[in-house]
Write a protein that binds this ligand. Structure first.
Ligand SMILES: [Zn+2]
Length: 262
């Protein structure tokens, strides 16, 4: 029943080391699957049939949901990745309050507590050592989630403001285009960490909204890049703006570089 195989339900962000993904032999999981105590919410190896109260055979409390743990300054991107991971495991209901604790005499009570403890461990494992201590005392996953939100949820505001202000003020001046573009790109990367581009929840995005959102972000970047360029590039800037569809910012950058070299 217990194997060293990688949990097929655990979303992988980037390459996860084999060590991190190693499945420990969790006695609770073993007992439940051997004695059949988990009959109400049947344990499965790959699908949950949409039941948030079910755990997979390979779920265990040592699991980590994301590659990069929560620190003082990555809450927005971190919480997004946690939500995606919990969504994939049909466990979002436990942190957003939809799956509330049953009455103590309810048949579901023990299983609910078990799943909630599991989710709490997963989240705590995904918080850096320096700050995790403050969150050990939350009594449910939902309470833990709200505490994290309260502590870090709004602290990105000043950083987003600083980055946006830098982006709107940046201009090429007397710098080479490569230097100007590199600075701008760094600001864009920082901003994406603070304000990740929303992902569509439909599988592999067949509805097309993910592409539209990403196109819009690209078009904003193109405009920001063109706005800060020196007036020496007036002519090629106008050419780029007339293009239909608008080129990507990377394409525009290479066009500008070609003109600069002439
Ligand atoms: Zn979609």
């Amino acid at each position: 029943m217990v194997s060293e195989q990688i949990d097929p339900d655990l979303p992988v962000f980037g390459s996860v080391s084999a060590e991190r993904m190693e499945v420990i032999k969790d006695p609770a999981v073993l007992v439940a699957s051997q004695t059949g105590t988990a009959t109400v919410h049947k344990e499965t190896t790959s699908t949950f049939n949409g039941d948030p109260m079910a755990l997979a055979n390979l779920d265990h409390p040592r699991m980590q949901l994301v590659m990069i743990p929560l620190t003082d300054n990555n809450y927005l991107s971190w919480s997004r990745l946690i939500k995606i991971a919990l969504g994939a495991k049909v466990k979002l209901e436990f942190i957003d309050g939809r799956c509330v604790m049953p009455e103590e005499d309810s048949a579901d009570y023990d299983q609910w507590i078990r799943v909630d403890c599991m989710i709490r461990s997963w989240i705590l494992n995904s918080i850096s050592k320096e700050i995790v201590e403050a969150f050990l005392y939350a009594s449910t996953a939902r309470e833990l989630w709200l505490e994290l939100e309260e502590r870090f949820g709004e602290s990105n505001g000043p950083q987003i403001y600083r980055i946006q202000r830098e982006i709107s003020a940046i201009s090429q001046g007397s710098q080479l285009v490569v230097k100007y573009f590199t600075k701008l790109k760094k600001l864009w990367d920082e901003l994406v960490c603070m304000q990740p581009i929303p992902q569509c929840t439909c599988k592999n995005c067949t509805c097309g909204v993910a592409k539209n959102v990403s196109d819009l972000a690209c078009s904003n970047r193109l405009m920001q890049f063109l706005m800060g360029l020196s007036d020496d590039f007036d002519h090629v800037r106008n050419q780029i703006l007339m293009m239909e569809p608008l080129p990507s910012v990377n394409k525009a950058y290479s066009m500008i570089l070609r003109v600069e070299k002439q």
